[in-house]
Design a protein around this ligand. Structure first.
Ligand code: SIN
Length: 504
């Protein structure tokens, strides 16, 4: 029994556990080495925070809301940007970031930002540096207890509240872990796509567990495609992302004839991510070029990424690098308020798995690591004032989850390229409808939650008959004010549309 269990060991899970450990014991549940298999560990770019001399969180707010294409929750965005400085201070003290002088971190430019405001690690692997820092702090905390395994079901009490999780260890049977509060920090679902920047574990299992326990999910159709992934035909989960910071540093995008096709866009290569992804998608071939840049400075700043590219046979400073867009970040998730509370009592969500409303239809670059840090604090602050005692069910209502009869790998093989082909950068009603029907058949035939979850994503994408942010439909290429709102899924109810009130 534990006061709080946090599920997941990316930035949101590690930071939430550390924040809670300041006032009580907490259990962290993740697979063995799960922190290294998180999206955080792979994240390049950095953390967006308005610390520059010409910057202010109000400008960061404006950029976030503009890129979110009229679907962000303004109060959640205000919390995100105003809390940024406080949230990154421990990381600055931990010497994670490249500095400019003694006290101020160096700032970098990324797409959609009106200012250089991305703090980053030298070498380019910012997420890894942050994960290592947080992990070492977690290991030193006597209040954080690790349980190794995967959460495979939530335990719900007779009143419908969440009482903890069923944990599946790497060998053996699932066992119940009773908790006063359960916090899901399980990341996104971008690995449902074959072409993805994410680790293969990002399948949306946290979303599914919450849905199955009665929680509302919102905006599942909004999945951001990162424009520049190295095109070399590697298996799912092994793609090398070429950070947007390279374009901030001056890299160009060219077509097969060497023409800079982003030159017609006002922000050129630094246009918002959805625009760059669509522009690349429409080229027969696209390349990222860095051979006009200062190679010594490039290697100093992006040495770790250059090394990863070199291991795959590419010279970052000299080769035209073939790129394509790949599924990267999920704006949709488990609906929460700004304290991480879901629609199920005693169940919380934080980080990419959560839908706080900060990202709207399109996330601003480098806002996700910030989101993990800021909302980890918010959840912990709420829990500090609302402690719930863990209680076992004593009414015989506890039923162990049945194992899925096929493995994740087999399920993914069946999913094949269905998500890429039908729910990719550019979508169309007819093909989405056919794929949705196929997914429903698979969901009925196969004993694996992935098909049921992918069906929810498909239903949302088909239902939203407009283009907005990351969701682009060739058969409805414009935004439509009637669609300014959220598509909500909740078990036992039909999918519903909830207009954005303007006060959120
Ligand atoms: C990147 O470095 O381009 C990715 C970072 C992010 O997704 O914000």
């Amino acid at each position: 029994m534990t006061p709080v269990v946090v599920v997941g060991a990316g930035i949101a899970g590690l930071a939430t556990a550390l924040e809670i450990a300041q006032f009580e014991d907490v259990t962290l549940c993740a697979p063995d080495q799960g922190w290294k298999q998180s999206s955080t560990y792979r994240a390049q770019g950095g953390v967006a925070v308005a610390l520059g001399p010409d910057d202010h969180y109000r400008y960061h707010y404006d950029d976030t809301v503009r890129v979110a294409r009229d679907l962000a929750h303004e109060n959640a965005v205000a919390i995100l940007v105003e809390s940024g400085e406080e949230a990154v201070k421990p990381l600055i003290r931990g010497e994670i970031f490249e500095m400019q002088g003694e006290t101020a971190p160096a700032m970098e430019q990324e797409a959609g930002h009106s200012r250089a405001r991305i703090v980053h690690a030298v070498g380019g692997l910012t997420g890894r540096a942050i994960a290592e820092f947080l992990y070492s702090k977690v290991m030193r905390s006597s209040r954080i207890h690790w349980v190794t395994g995967r959460a495979v079901q939530l335990i719900t009490g007779t009143s419908g509240s969440c009482r903890g999780i069923w944990v599946l260890p790497s060998s053996g049977s699932p066992f119940p872990l009773w908790a006063g509060a359960t916090v899901l920090a399980t990341g996104g679902y971008a690995a449902l796509w074959q072409q993805t920047t994410n680790p293969t574990s990002s399948l949306g299992q946290g979303h599914w567990l919450a849905y199955d326990a009665g929680a509302a999910l919102a905006d599942l159709e909004f999945v951001q495609f990162h424009p520049t992934v190295l095109d070399e035909g590697v298996p799912r989960g092994q793609a090398l992302l070429l950070t947007e910071a390279l374009r901030g540093f001056g890299a160009y995008l060219v077509d097969g004839q060497g023409h800079r096709f982003m030159q017609d866009y006002p922000q050129q290569e630094l246009a918002p991510r959805d625009e760059v992804a669509r522009a690349i998608y429409q080229q027969p071939q696209a390349f990222l070029r860095l051979d006009h840049l200062d190679a010594a400075e490039l290697y100093r700043r992006f040495g770790d990424i250059a090394q990863l590219a070199a291991q795959r046979g590419w010279n970052l400073a000299a080769d035209p690098l073939p790129v394509y867009p790949a599924a990267h970040f999920c704006m949709g998730g488990i609906r929460t308020d700004t304290s991480g509370r879901t629609t199920v009592a005693d169940l919380y969500a934080v980080g990419e798995v959560a839908h706080t409303g900060v990202h709207g239809a399109n996330r601003l670059a480098s806002n996700s690591l910030l989101e993990g840090l800021v909302f980890a604090r918010r959840v912990a602050q709420y829990l500090a004032g609302h402690r719930a005692a863990a209680q076992e069910l004593n009414d015989g209502a506890l039923i162990a989850p049945k194992p899925w009869t096929i493995s994740d790998e087999t399920a993914l093989e069946q999913l094949g390229r269905m998500m890429d082909d039908n729910f990719g950068v550019m979508r169309a009603g007819q093909t989405m409808d056919r794929a949705r029907a196929r997914l429903s058949t698979l969901a009925a035939q196969e004993n694996h939650w992935i098909f049921s979850f992918a069906s929810l994503v498909a239903q949302s994408a088909l239902e939203r008959q407009e283009s907005r942010g990351a969701h682009f439909r060739s058969d409805a290429p414009h935004s439509d004010a009637r669609w300014r709102g959220h598509l909500i899924h909740q078990k036992g109810r039909s999918m519903r549309f909830q207009a954005l009130s303007g006060k959120e």
